[in-house]
Design a protein around this ligand. Structure first.
Ligand code: HEC
Ligand code: HEC
Length: 370
């Protein structure tokens, strides 16, 4: 499909959307990322072949396709979620199994998300320039607030939870007022953009190393990336049974671990009082100025959180904080300690110790009052 017909098709959708934001032509296309164009600057033929393969497999914003799971999310929903979707559809007077088509999901994304996350999900929509933290660039496949370990891709319900709750304390607000079916369709579209972005990067890197780019290879790249998403369920950080309860003794143990350089060592980044001013967080640059020591995976400076404020982007429930400490925070410097071994090969911290840290962290804002 030509760019012109894509645009005409999308312009045709605008009145139906009834939205104030009207993206310009360039903002609507997917195309190649700026990085790919730069990396393939000397290889114009590879550029056009890559653009062709991307379009052949993933379509365009006006005709989106998702080869790894063409049937869409409905087939993947767990029974309870499926039941919630059916109930919600029925209260809206729709067929119980109503579910947006890929094109409808792309359109929902254009209306609700594009101005921050950008057409191709690179986190570069027009609003992105003025907000901090930046909207997520989905194209790296790195997500921060999923309930999974080993830097895995998010599970489907991690994405829908983010959409329903938003990311507290950031510009990513809640979309809970949208129908369940639309939330699910949006999660499909985020996944499409993320897989497409990662595949594009793999193809560029492979071309640079091996000088190869063809349909078969491109199919292999899709399989590689999609298998990462399929592993997500097996990476879920489960907690079964009672959560050890909060107590002065637990908090005191948590504080000890927080300070202990061989255990939690949270203090090195978050600082003694939890203000995000630990010795590892800041450095003095060549000009003698103090600046943040760490960059995140997207190249932006990142500060360890000020824990005295009690703002938890990934959720404030004890289990949310437990998962952050267990697995670390993907895309940034915070390490996980849930599976770290000590020098004898045993666990560095017991699960009781992890809960002690959770209770201590959650108590920091209380101690930080005026
Ligand atoms: C006003 C800007 C804005 C809008 C609109 C917006 N987002 Fe976001 N989004 C953000 C920001 C900022 C973050 C990064 C938060 C962070 O770093 O913790 C984010 C993060 C995310 C994440 C990543 C969560 C993670 O675990 O890393 C997903 C997924 C997401 N947004 C999806 C969407 C979808 C889908 C829409 C539309 C329904 C949308 N966003 C609309 C600003 C926005
Ligand atoms: C190497 C530096 C580093 C270390 C060590 C570290 N953190 Fe962090 N921590 C960070 C950074 C950076 C962030 C902000 C991440 C973001 O917003 O993407 C953060 C965020 C957090 C958050 C906020 C989570 C949320 O949902 O918003 C908590 C809670 C936290 N850290 C607890 C801890 C605890 C407890 C330890 C010790 C076991 C620890 N951190 C060790 C760097 C570190």
């Amino acid at each position: 499909m030509s760019l012109r017909s894509v645009l005409l098709a999308l312009v045709g959708l605008l009145p139906a959307a009834g939205c104030g934001f009207q993206p310009g032509a360039a903002e609507l296309a997917w195309g190649l990322s700026a990085k790919s164009r730069e990396e393939l600057a000397e290889a114009p033929q590879a550029q056009s072949e890559l653009a062709r393969l991307l379009e052949q497999n993933f379509g365009t914003p006006a005709d989106p396709r998702f080869p790894p799971a063409p049937q869409g999310g409905l087939a993947e929903l767990k029974p309870e979620r499926r039941a919630a979707l059916e109930r919600d559809n029925q209260t809206r007077g729709l067929a119980a199994d109503h579910y947006p088509t890929p094109l409808e999901s792309a359109e929902l994304y254009r209306v609700h998300c594009l101005h921050c996350h950008g057409a191709a999900g690179a986190g570069d929509g027009p609003t992105a320039a003025s907000i901090n933290p930046k909207p997520r660039d989905f194209r790296k496949g790195i997500f921060k607030w999923a309930a999974v370990k080993d830097k895995a891709r998010p599970r489907r319900e991690d994405l829908t939870t983010i959409l329903e709750n938003g990311v507290y304390g950031t510009a990513m607000h809640s979309f809970a007022r949208l129908p369940v079916a639309e939330i699910e369709g949006l999660a499909d579209h985020v996944r499409l953009l993320s897989v497409r972005g990662e595949v594009e990067t793999l193809a560029v890197n492979h071309f640079k190393e091996e000088d190869e780019l063809d349909e078969e290879l491109f199919g292999e790249h899709i399989d590689t990336v999609w298998s990462r998403w399929q592993r997500a369920e097996s990476k879920f950080i489960a907690w079964e049974g009672e959560i050890p309860s909060d107590s002065p003794a637990m908090r005191a143990r948590g504080r000890e671990l927080y300070l202990d350089a061989r255990k939690g060592n949270c203090v090195q980044c978050h600082g003694d009082a939890g203000k995000g001013d630990g010795p590892a967080a800041w450095k003095i640059n060549a000009k003698g100025k103090k600046e943040l020591a760490y960059l995140d995976d997207w190249g932006f400076p990142i500060q360890p959180r000020d824990l005295t404020q009690g703002i938890y982007r990934g959720g404030a429930r004890p289990i949310d904080i437990y998962r952050r400490i267990y697995a670390g925070i993907n895309g940034g410097p915070m390490p996980g300690i849930g599976e770290t071994k000590n020098s004898q090969g045993g666990p560095l911290v017991s699960s009781d110790d992890l809960w002690a840290l959770v209770h201590y962290v959650r108590s920091i804002p209380e101690g930080a009052g005026p």
